[in-house]
Ligand binder design. Structure first.
Ligand SMILES: [Zn+2]
Length: 442
C-alpha cells in the first residue's frame, strides 16, 4: 500500500461512513473501517472530519483549444477543474479550431491537450451534416460519443443538423452502439420567438422559449425510440420537458438527461439587465422552473449535473443580450454552487456525488471513475462542506475571470484533489500536470 486516506465521512456507493481508503498503484485497493491498521510503509493522510468524495466527472466542458485559446485552453481549464475537485473532464467538440469532427482533428486536439492536462481528459466527437462517414472512425479512435445541434451553434464551422440529418446520424451511431448527445432547441420555434435586442434579460428569455426545448426533445425522443438509439439531452433548462422525458424512460427509450449548476442555482428574476455573464442557451429560467428541475433530479428524471463551462473573452460579453457570446464560466465552482443549493433543499452529499460523479461517469462508460470502491482509480476531492467562501473571480483559474457567480457566498471549500493517488491540488495550489488522455473503454 502506498497511501491510506482516513476520514470520518467517506462518500461510498453504500452511503457516507467513517472509513479508510487504501491506495496502491493509483487505484483504490480497499475501503475498510475507520480504525483499520495502516500497513507498514504506507503513508497515512488523516482528513479528520473533512469529507472524502470521489473526484467529480464533468462531461460537458468547452476547452476551445487549439483555435480559440484566448477564451480558454487545456492548461487553464484543467487547472480550474483540479482546483474545483474535478478529476475527469470531457471536452466538447466545438469552439476549438479544428472542431473534433474527424480522426485527424481528434489527434490534433489530443496532441495539444497531452502536455497541459492536469486532470484526466477525454473527447466528444461532433456530428455535422456532412461527416457521417467520419463517425465510425472517430468512435473507433476513442471519442465517447457525438454531439450535435438542432439549431445554430454560434460558430460557423459547426453547423446544426435538420431532422433528416439527425435521423441519418443517429442511425449510423446506433449501428455501432454509440451515444448521441444533443443540444435540443428547435430552430423554428426560435425563429418564431420575439427578437428584441438590448440589455433586458426578459427580452432575451422571451427569445429562447421553453417550447423550443420541449419540441426538440420530443422529436429527439421519437427518433431514438424508432431507431432504438441511445441519446442524451444536454443542458436541460425547460422543466416542461420533464414529463415527456420521464414517460420515455418508462417506455424504455434509451434517453438520459443532464442539467447544469446555473439552471439549478441562478434564476431569471435575479439577472441584472446588461449582465450578459448570465447569458447561455438555453437560458436560465424562472425560479418556479428551477424548483421543478430539482424535483426532476430528486425523482431521477434528470441523471446528472455537469458544468457546460463555456467561456469567452470579456469583450464578447457586451451588454446586449442578443449579440453577447452565450456561455457561462463555472468549471471551478460547480461543486460548491450545487452543494450550497442542494443542502438548502434537503439533499445530501451522497446525492451530489451521484449527480456529479457517478452518473456522468456512467454516461461516458468510465467504469474506473465515479465512485470510491475497490478497483476504481484513486481520484478524490476533499471537501469542507460547512465552510463558506465568497466568489472572487481573481481566485479562479479560468483563462478569463468572468463568471455569473462573482460575489456569491457558497458553502463547500475544496481542500484538496487527488488524481490516481497523487495530490494535484491543495488549498488552491496546483501540481504539475499529470492528467492522462482517456479514450472510450480504456
Ligand atoms: Zn455546451
Amino acid at each position: 500500500m502506498s497511501l491510506v486516506l482516513r476520514s470520518t465521512r467517506v462518500v461510498t456507493p453504500e452511503g457516507t461512513r467513517a472509513a479508510t481508503v487504501a491506495v496502491a498503484g493509483g487505484r483504490i485497493a480497499a475501503v475498510g473501517p475507520h480504525d483499520a491498521q495502516v500497513p507498514a510503509g504506507a503513508r497515512l493522510e488523516d482528513l479528520g472530519d473533512d469529507v472524502l468524495l470521489p473526484g467529480l466527472v464533468d462531461t460537458h466542458v468547452h476547452v476551445n483549444d487549439p483555435g480559440r485559446t484566448a477564451w480558454e485552453g487545456f492548461w487553464t481549464a484543467t487547472r480550474a477543474a483540479a482546483a474545483g475537485g474535478i478529476t475527469t473532464l470531457l471536452d466538447m467538440p466545438l469552439n476549438s479550431l479544428p472542431p473534433t469532427t474527424t480522426v485527424g482533428n481528434l489527434r490534433t486536439k489530443q496532441d495539444v491537450a497531452r502536455p497541459k492536462a492536469h486532470v484526466d481528459t477525454g473527447f466528444w466527437g461532433g456530428a455535422l451534416p456532412d461527416n457521417v462517414k467520419d463517425l465510425r472512425p472517430l468512435h473507433d479512435a476513442g471519442v465517447f460519443g457525438f454531439k450535435c445541434f438542432l439549431s445554430p451553434s454560434g460558430v460557423e464551422e459547426f453547423p446544426e443538423l435538420d431532422q433528416e440529418q439527425l435521423a441519418r446520424s443517429m442511425a449510423e451511431i446506433a449501428g455501432f452502439g454509440g451515444l448521441l448527445i444533443v443540444h435540443a432547441e428547435d430552430p423554428h420555434h426560435l425563429a418564431a420567438a420575439p427578437q428584441r435586442p438590448g440589455p433586458r434579460y426578459a427580452d432575451f428569455l422571451a427569445s429562447r422559449p421553453r417550447d423550443a426545448e420541449n419540441t426538440a426533445i420530443e422529436s429527439l425522443i421519437a427518433h431514438a425510440e424508432r431507431l432504438r438509439a441511445r441519446v442524451h439531452v444536454l443542458h436541460l433548462s425547460s422543466s416542461d420537458a420533464l414529463p415527456l422525458i420521464a414517460a420515455a424512460k418508462r417506455r424504455g427509450v434509451r434517453v438520459s438527461v443532464e442539467s447544469c449548476p446555473h439552471f439549478l442555482t441562478l434564476t431569471a428574476e435575479e439577472v441584472p439587465d446588461g449582465a450578459t455573464e448570465f447569458k447561455c442557451c438555453p437560458p436560465i429560467r424562472e425560479s418556479a422552473n428551477q424548483d421543478l428541475l430539482w424535483q426532476g433530479l430528486a425523482d431521477g428524471t434528470i441523471d446528472c449535473i455537469v458544468s457546460d463551462h463555456s467561456p469567452c473573452t470579456t469583450d464578447l460579453k457586451t451588454p446586449d443580450f442578443a449579440s453577447a457570446w452565450g456561455g457561462i464560466s463555472s468549471l471551478q465552482l460547480g461543486l460548491p454552487a450545487i452543494w450550497t443549493e442542494a443542502r438548502q433543499r434537503g439533499h445530501t452529499l451522497d446525492d451530489v456525488v451521484r449527480w456529479m460523479s457517478e452518473a456522468p461517469a456512467r454516461l461516458a462508460g468510465l467504469d474506473r471513475k465515479g465512485a470510491i470502491e475497490a478497483g476504481r482509480d484513486a481520484d478524490f476531492a476533499v471537501l469542507a462542506p460547512d465552510e463558506t467562501f465568497t466568489v472572487d473571480p481573481a481566485n479562479l483559474y479560468h483563462r478569463n475571470q468572468v463568471t455569473a457567480y462573482a460575489g456569491r457566498t457558497l458553502s463547500g471549500v475544496v481542500r484538496s484533489t487527488w488524481l490516481r493517488g497523487e495530490r494535484i491540488a491543495e488549498n488552491g495550489n496546483l501540481a504539475e500536470p499529470t492528467g492522462r488522455l482517456l479514450e472510450r473503454n480504456n
